[in-house]
Design a protein around this ligand. Structure first.
Ligand code: SF4
Ligand code: SF4
Length: 389
C-alpha cells in the first residue's frame, strides 16, 4: 500500500516527529509541560506497551514515505525521548524504511553501543551536510547528575565522543560533527570550569535560550507579546482569541498533525488522542471526512492525520480561529531564523506560527513599549473580554 505523495511548499520550515512523549528524565523546565511546573512525569507517564500510544515502525514507513525527500529538510525526531520509541528498538526500523535524512533531539538515554546497535547500520541517515550537528544532545544537570552518579556532563561527553567508534563524525567543530551538546540557559543552569574542561577539544557545546517564565520573569524574545506569559505571569485572567497558522509539520506519536506545539502538548498531557485514534483506524484514517465528528466538541483538534490519503500540506496554511492565545509555547512564537537564516541575513524575523487579528484588550496594548510595531497584529477588542461568554 502507498499513499499519495505530499507537496511540500518552500515555506515549510521544519518537520518535527514526536516519536513518543515519554521520557526517562523529569526536567523542571521541560517544555512539554505547558506550565513548566516540574510535573512532567505525572503528565506523561511511561505506560505499559499494551496501551497503543504510537504508530508501528511499518506505519511510520508508510506515513513518512509520502513526504518527498529533500536534502535540506530533515525529519527531526524528538519527544519526549525518541530513543525510547518502540522499546528502544524503533529508530533503526524507521530509518531503514525511508530515504530521508533525520535529525535527532535526544538526552542520550541509551548507552552508545545499544543506541548504535538499534540503528541497524543506518548511521548515514543521521549524517548530512549541515552547519550544525544532526544529533543534538541536551544536557540537563540536575536530572543527569541524579541518573549518572553525579557525573552527568562527563558521562554525556563520553557517550557523544564514543559515537566515533560507530561510524559517526565527532569533532569539536560543530560543522564537522554529527553530534553536539546543548544546554538550556535556564537561570539555575551554568557552565562550570569542569564542564569546559570536559568538552573542550572533544565535542561541540553550546547553550540555547531558555524560553519560559521563572520566578515571575519572562525569558526569551517573542514576536507576539504576552503569547507565552499572559496567564503564567498573571497579566490577564484568560487567554485571548486570534487567527493562527503554522509553518511547520508537527506530527504526534499516533500520526496526528497539529497546528502548534501547545495543542499537541496539551492533548498529550491529557493522555493523548488514544480513543480518537482507535476510531480513526476503523475508518482507514479518513480524518478529512470523519475527523470533525471524531473530535466533536474539542476546541483543540488536530489539523489532519498523516495516514489519511486525503491529507494535504494545504491544511497547514489555513488561518484557524484559536482561543488560547497566551498559552502559546515559546518555540512557536519566539523570534528566530527560518532555515534560510532570514533574521541574521535580512533582518526578517521568523516565527513557527503566524498570527493575525489578535483580540487584545486596549488595557493590555497600553502596557506595550512597541505599540506601533505590533498594532497591525491586533484587532483591538471593541469591548474588553467580549468573547468571555
Ligand atoms: S530530557 Fe527533554 S523531554 Fe525529557 S524531561 Fe528533560 S527537557 Fe523534557
Ligand atoms: S495562538 Fe498560540 S495556542 Fe493558539 S494556535 Fe497559535 S500558537 Fe497555538
Amino acid at each position: 500500500m502507498t499513499l499519495p505523495a505530499l507537496e511540500l511548499p518552500a515555506t515549510l520550515n521544519y518537520i518535527g516527529l514526536f516519536l513518543t512523549l515519554e521520557c526517562n528524565l523529569n526536567c523542571s523546565y521541560c517544555i512539554n509541560d505547558p506550565e513548566q511546573a516540574g510535573q512532567r512525569n505525572r503528565l506523561f507517564p511511561i505506560q505499559a506497551q499494551s496501551v497503543r500510544k504510537s504508530l508501528t515502525p511499518d506505519e511510520w514507513a508508510l506515513a513518512l514515505g509520502r513526504i518527498p525527500f529533500r536534502a535540506d529538510l530533515p525529519i527531526t525526531l524528538q519527544g519526549g525521548e525518541p530513543m525510547l520509541y518502540w522499546g528502544g528498538r524503533g529508530l533503526g526500523l524507521i530509518l531503514s524504511c525511508t530515504e530521508h535524512y533525520f535529525d535527532l533531539l535526544t538526552n542520550f538515554a541509551l548507552k552508545p553501543e545499544v543506541f548504535t546497535r538499534n540503528l541497524l547500520g543506518q548511521q548515514k541517515k543521521l549524517q548530512r551536510d549541515a552547519p550544525y550537528p544532526s544529533i543534538r544532545v541536551s544536557y540537563h544537570a540536575d536530572e543527569m547528575n541524579r541518573s549518572w552518579a553525579n557525573r552527568g556532563f562527563a558521562e554525556l561527553v563520553d557517550r557523544c565522543e564514543s559515537l566515533r567508534d560507530y561510524g559517526f563524525r565527532v569533532s569539536p567543530v560543530k560543522a564537522n560533527s554529527d553530534v553536539g551538546i546543548y544546554m538550556v540557559e535556564h537561570p539555575e543552569n551554568s557552565v562550570t570550569q569542569d564542564m569546559m574542561a570536559a568538552y573542550t577539544g572533544r565535542v561541540p557545546f553550546e547553550t540555547k535560550e531558555f524560553l519560559g517564565v521563572h520566578d515571575g520573569l519572562l525569558y526569551g524574545h517573542y514576536l507576539y507579546p504576552f503569547s507565552t506569559d499572559l496567564m503564567l505571569r498573571g497579566i490577564h485572567d484568560m487567554p485571548l482569541r486570534c487567527e493562527c497558522r503554522t509553518t511547520e509539520l508537527l506530527i504526534d506519536p499516533l500520526g496526528f498533525v497539529w497546528g502548534c506545539h501547545y495543542y499537541l502538548y496539551h492533548r498529550w498531557s491529557d493522555g493523548g488522542p488514544v480513543r480518537e485514534f482507535a476510531e480513526l483506524e476503523k475508518v482507514e484514517y479518513r480524518y478529512r471526512e470523519r475527523g470533525e465528528n471524531i473530535f466533536l466538541g474539542q476546541a483543540m483538534a488536530p489539523v489532519g492525520h498523516l495516514l489519511d490519503p486525503d491529507f494535504s500540506i494545504d491544511a497547514l496554511s489555513e488561518f484557524r480561529l484559536c482561543e488560547q492565545y497566551g498559552h502559546c509555547i515559546g518555540c512557536d512564537t519566539k523570534v528566530k531564523n527560518d532555515r534560510f537564516q532570514s533574521f541574521y541575513d535580512r533582518g526578517v524575523p521568523h516565527t513557527s506560527v503566524q498570527m493575525r487579528n489578535i483580540e487584545m484588550p486596549e488595557k493590555l496594548l497600553s502596557l506595550l513599549d512597541e505599540r506601533d510595531r505590533v498594532r497591525p497584529l491586533f484587532k483591538v477588542a471593541e469591548k474588553e473580554d467580549s468573547h468571555a461568554s
